[in-house]
Design a protein around this ligand. Sequence first.
Ligand code: NAP
Length: 252
Amino acid sequence: MVIWKSGVVIITGASRGIGAACARLAARENWSVCVNYTSNADAAQAVVEDVEAAGAKAIAVQADVSKEDDVLRLFKVTADALGPVTALVNNAGILENQMKLEAMSAERFARVFSVNAIGALLCAREAVRVMGKSHGGQGGVIVNVSSAASRLGSPNEYIDYAASKGAVDTLTIGLAKEVGGDGIRVNAVRPGLILTDIHASSGEPGRAERLAPQVPAGRPGTAEEVAETIVWLMSEKASYVNGALLDVSGGR
Ligand code: NAP
């Protein structure tokens, strides 16, 4: 039997939604948790308090994942406070108002890709630098939060967002092969319609409910259902899962 000691996880975008659910669940599995956020300090602090109430250690760290200096600080502050980082959940993500591609601005493309794609690349790079055995680390796990949008394409809504998640899928496939021999597993989850605040950013807070009839499961999913899959991928129970793109979408 493999005995797995949970370590230190950085969860980007953990003040709300899927990231917050991951933080709460990881705490129950004895992970020490860095709750990253960009602007909502009160929400991040509430997640920290939930993690501590579960008996685990937690800190909240403000950092914009699209900024390299912020990402470097995020990893350093976490290691100083909680110990060597052994897992990253690359979860922070944004989308903007629903529209056709023909109406989107170049500035919007840059905003969406800088958080969803470049942010994921920067955080993954730092995780490899601290966790890789060839760098003196103890190995670890990266879970990228992609989206079913990467295979559905999100026509008439946000093709830019879908394309940025395609980049996350490709990052997952390549990095899993690149660092598998360095003691790091890299996988992605692709959530479908999940009940979080993100749909309000699209201009349609009730989007998940509207599209629920398209889901074979007949309903939107919850952040907790996605978190269960992410925390499982973080664990030694998923020791032979590497390079997988795992749909958590109720069959949609
Ligand atoms: P959410 O409820 O809107 O929460 C977004 C989180 O990301 C917040 O904690 C926010 O921090 C943080 N964040 C935003 N920009 C950031 C930045 N530049 N740097 C650091 N943190 C940042 O989103 P969610 O629905 O939980 O989505 C989480 C992930 O799942 C995203 O990658 C999203 O694309 C993906 N996903 C979601 C769904 C869905 O239906 N909900 C489906 C597929 C994929 P603040 O609180 O400080 O603003």
